[in-house]
Write a protein of this length. Structure first.
Lengths: 264, 445
């Protein structure tokens, strides 16, 4: 093994500082007793208390949660189906094109996705509210789910499904009894990923949300324009916590199940 | 195996259970199975034998319904199965990769097919336990597949495919990962199951000994073709090609030009697969019945009169009369061919070969155990001089590698009835190898 040199140590420190210093500052100041963001005046949780009594924030937190749950669930179903067809569907016309296209929203600038969705909703006369945000979030969440699930499916021994058929399962029963339990970890981490991405999203949501439905990121963003206050820091800290838990869980599930032999 | 009645594959009246009719399977432009026809009968233990990639698994997968033939039809029980999905076929397959469900315990893996059948409760438990006992996996019933060894996985896969007692059972290398003892036991277990249930087995194996042990018939495959389909003894004793001879067991090949032998009045003595003349006998030759007479005797008179003296059946030559040994001088079984394989050497006499081979280049193929080896010139029809270059001691037998005067290598196998230290022939010894006129087969290709 290579020695851990001072050079490595320095680059690691600098890299992580870039990534996490802003967040650490934010978290620390969310516990600041002073209302002034830049002056440390002792430890306090008052901003958290205040946050939970602020009905605007509570309202938009509810919307965010609703949108996240709904869009992640729909995205998981659609994304799993898409992955299954891509990996298991055999050869069909335009398969390569389809599997390429399913990943396109991953690389598409969010502004463009948001704008095009907005135009679509206007064109078909859909009122913009929580429902349109769910639709929009499903669109990109689905790509992530299908990426995760198809990675799992492609390392999945096909003969397991064949064995299920051989033992008398209909194709649907084979999927339910064999395929789904085995890819379940990937499906769950796909869901978690879609959920956290939905909690995160500002750009697309601001395109497709209407006056009645404001998500937390939008709420924060507009509040910050009037000036940063510790309440926002507290809220952001909570969001960081939720997202961290989601991502860590997803990666733990992936890591734990990847170690198990698939084709035993 | 002694067949008292006509075997089903020889009886034109029997309807086959499985019928491949001109089946071709292509993957893209690669032809995995090339226009093959095959009939397998009810109650058979049919073995597919062949090198890796020759299409054995593909044949199985077409039977199970996972692959469709590109051309041709497959019939099971007289029915064209091209539209029947795998889950509707009364066929179970044991996969080469085992395909155990990783999320289910050994017990649940075995119960899987039974549950799909609607079995539950006592009946289910009883059947699963029976399968566990059969494969000696009782102790591991609660484990997951990744917690057991490769051989144990193989046994679970076997148990799972046996559990539903299907009409047709396809086993893709079912015993490859087992140690020799367990493999032999399982082979006999399989044969027992096959006999008691009447299930038809199709088994893929790399192990020719296994195929010989368990199978009623063996198909030897090469690159998508069935080269020979026959009973194990025919495959071994009368291979139809160099490929089959070489694939099954050890063989020495001698190539030469065939000459039809002058027919004489003497009827061939041992036209039906004689024994090697490893042991020489001095007793004078007694008159022997021809093949029909022998058959008549064995089937009709033997129970009454007792066994006929067969002491001299083994094509042993009469005592040599003169030093100049030529075919015309000796009293030889007539017919067959003489194979001229080297200048200045006596031809090999093969009385069981087809005289129509006259003038053609043939490969004379002979099994090592059919060749005798001695220091003195034996009194055999086919006797050639050589030198021992290698001896492989295999415990019960020893294989001598003998190089003949023209550089050709021949293997001769001798049972080690004596202790090794008392072996009289050793490296660099000049020896004679000898074999009877029916010990080998002459193959055209
Ligand atoms: N789905 C497939 N696509 C393309 N080629 C295939 C496919 N399945 C099998 N083949 C090819 O067909 C040939 C026969 O394969 P098969 O699996 O029947 O071999 P096998 O006789 O079972 O070999 P082994 O003893 O190694 O298991 C091989 O050359 C293989 O590469
Ligand atoms: Mg195979």
């Amino acid at each position: 093994m290579k020695r851990f040199t001072w050079f490595n140590a320095t680059s690691l420190t600098i890299g992580f500082a870039f990534l996490y210093l802003p967040m650490i500052v934010l978290v620390v100041y969310s516990f600041n007793a002073s209302k002034l963001v830049t002056v440390w005046a002792g430890f306090s949780t008052q901003w958290y208390v205040q946050l939970f009594t602020n009905s605007d924030f509570a309202q938009s937190a509810l919307v965010t949660l609703k949108v996240g749950l709904a869009s992640a669930s729909i995205a998981t179903i659609l994304g799993t189906m898409a992955a299954y067809v891509m990996i298991r569907g055999g050869r069909f016309f335009g398969r390569t094109l389809f599997s390429g296209m399913i990943y396109a929203p991953l690389v598409m600038p969010e502004v463009i996705t948001g704008l095009s969705l907005l135009l679509l909703f206007i064109a078909i006369g859909l009122n913009r509210d929580a429902f349109t945000i769910i639709l929009a979030h499903t669109t990109f969440g689905m790509c992530y789910v299908s990426v995760v699930v198809s990675a799992r499916l492609s390392t999945f021994d096909r003969s397991l499904e064949e064995a299920a058929l051989d033992l008398g399962c209909s194709p649907l029963a084979a999927f339910r009894l064999v395929t789904l339990p085995i890819i379940a970890p990937a499906v769950v981490s796909g869901w978690l990923l879609a959920f956290t991405l939905s909690l995160d999203d500002l750009v697309i949501a601001s395109f497709v949300s209407g006056p009645g439905a404001t998500t937390l990121p939008i709420q924060i963003f507009s509040a910050v324009r009037l000036g940063v206050n510790p309440e926002i820091n507290a809220l952001s800290t909570l969001m960081i916590a939720i997202v961290t838990i989601g991502v860590v869980t997803a990666s733990l599930i992936t890591k734990y199940t990847a170690r198990r032999p698939m084709d035993a | 195996m002694i067949q008292t009645e006509l075997a089903s594959w020889d009886d034109p009246e029997t309807r086959p259970l499985i019928e491949f009719v001109n089946v071709t399977k292509r993957f893209g432009d690669f032809t995995a199975i090339d226009n093959q026809s095959l009939k397998i009968y009810k109650g058979e233990f049919f073995a597919l034998l062949g090198p890796s990639g020759c299409g054995k698994t593909t044949m199985m997968r077409m039977l199970a319904g996972f692959e469709m033939p590109t051309e041709g039809t497959i019939r099971i029980d007289g029915l064209d199965v091209s539209t029947v999905p795998p889950n509707k076929r009364a066929v179970n397959m044991m996969f080469q990769s085992y395909a155990l469900f990783p999320h289910l315990s050994v017990w649940d893996n075995i119960a899987f097919g039974l549950r799909r059948e609607g079995k539950s409760g006592q009946a289910l438990t009883a059947r699963v336990e029976e399968m566990l006992r059969l494969t000696r996996m009782e102790k591991f019933a609660r484990r997951k597949p990744h917690q057991i060894s490769g051989g144990q996985r193989q046994r679970v896969a076997l148990a799972r495919s046996l559990a539903k007692a299907p009409k047709l059972l396809l086993l893709d290398e079912p015993l490859g990962a087992l140690d020799k003892k367990l493999r032999q036991e399982t082979q006999f277990e399989l044969m027992d199951i096959q006999e008691s249930t009447g299930t038809t087995f199709v088994i893929v194996t790399h192990d020719q000994e296994e195929a010989m042990t368990v199978a009623s018939r063996v198909a030897v495959m090469d690159e998508g073709k069935l080269v020979q389909v026959a009973t194990p003894d025919v495959i071994y004793e009368a291979p139809n090609s160099i490929y089959v001879a070489d694939f099954i067991g050890d063989v020495s090949l001698i190539s030469g030009v065939a000459k039809s032998r002058v027919p004489s009045d003497v009827a061939p003595q041992d036209s039906a697969g004689g024994q090697p003349s490893a042991q020489q006998q001095d007793t004078p030759r007694q008159p022997q019945p021809n093949a029909f007479g022998a058959w008549l005797h064995d089937t009709v008179f033997e129970p009454v009169l007792g066994a006929r003296s067969k002491s001299d059946e083994q094509a042993v030559e009469p005592a040599q009369q003169e030093d100049t040994v030529t075919d015309t001088v000796r009293e030889l079984p007539a017919g067959g061919i003489a194979i001229h394989w080297a200048d200045g050497q006596d031809p090999i006499i093969a009385t069981n070969a087809d005289p129509c081979l006259d003038g053609k280049t043939v490969n004379f193929s002979i099994r090592p155990e059919k060749i005798g080896i001695s220091k003195a010139r034996p009194d055999a029809l086919n006797a050639f001089q050589g030198k021992v270059i290698d001896i492989a001691y295999l415990g019960h037998v020893s294989t001598y590698h003998v190089v003949l005067t023209n550089g050709l290598k021949i293997m001769a196998q001798v049972s080690n009835t004596r202790r090794i230290s008392r072996r009289s022939i050793t490296w660099e010894d000049d020896v004679w190898i000898s074999f009877s006129s029916t010990a080998g087969v002459a193959l055209e290709h």
